[in-house]
Design a protein around this ligand. Structure first.
Ligand code: ZN
Length: 157
């Protein structure tokens, strides 16, 4: 049986919870399972590490400290930017918007400036995952060359 290791394609169902509040922040329940090429930085590091050696049908539950999940909160990632840079958009606290350097959240809106946070929403958080391994398959040459898993139907790009 193929085990989860570098260069295989893992297909998993997962539920991620915040252990402090019990809140589910992400889950594949009710959706297609997640497919990813192991060892190509498609996933947060701890998620793959904890699944190494697992085989089809196996279930694993593990807790990841921020270092092995989305990293620590970086204070410099909280920035004030001129309100006029939002153009047509009226920024409101809690909004998530996209920029050239990635997504960010609006923290607060001042008169001429807007305080935004580029930290990942899960930065600084300990995460708990419950994972069921649905399948483990050998990656195709194409998937290895691309550095990511393709859908069950093959290349779509
Ligand atoms: Zn590809």
């Amino acid at each position: 049986m193929t085990k989860i290791e570098k260069d295989v394609v893992a297909t998993v169902h997962y539920t991620g919870t915040l252990p402090e509040s019990g809140e589910v922040f992400d889950s594949s329940e009710g959706r297609d399972p997640l497919r990813f090429l192991v060892g190509h930085k498609q996933m947060i590091p701890g998620f793959e590490e904890e699944l190494l050696g697992a085989v089809k049908g196996e279930r694993r539950t593990f807790t990841l400290e921020p270092e092995r999940a989305y990293g620590a909160v970086i204070e410099e990632a909280v920035q004030q930017i001129p309100a006029e840079m939002f153009g047509e958009i009226t920024p409101e606290p809690g909004m998530t918007l996209m920029s050239d350097v990635g997504p960010f959240r609006v923290v607060s809106v001042e008169e001429a400036t807007v305080t935004v946070d580029f930290n990942h929403q899960l930065a600084g958080k300990t995460l708990e995952f419950s994972v069921e391994v649905v399948d483990v398959t050998v990656a195709t040459e194409e998937e290895l060359a691309h550095g990511h898993a393709h859908g069950p139907g093959g290349v779509e790009h």
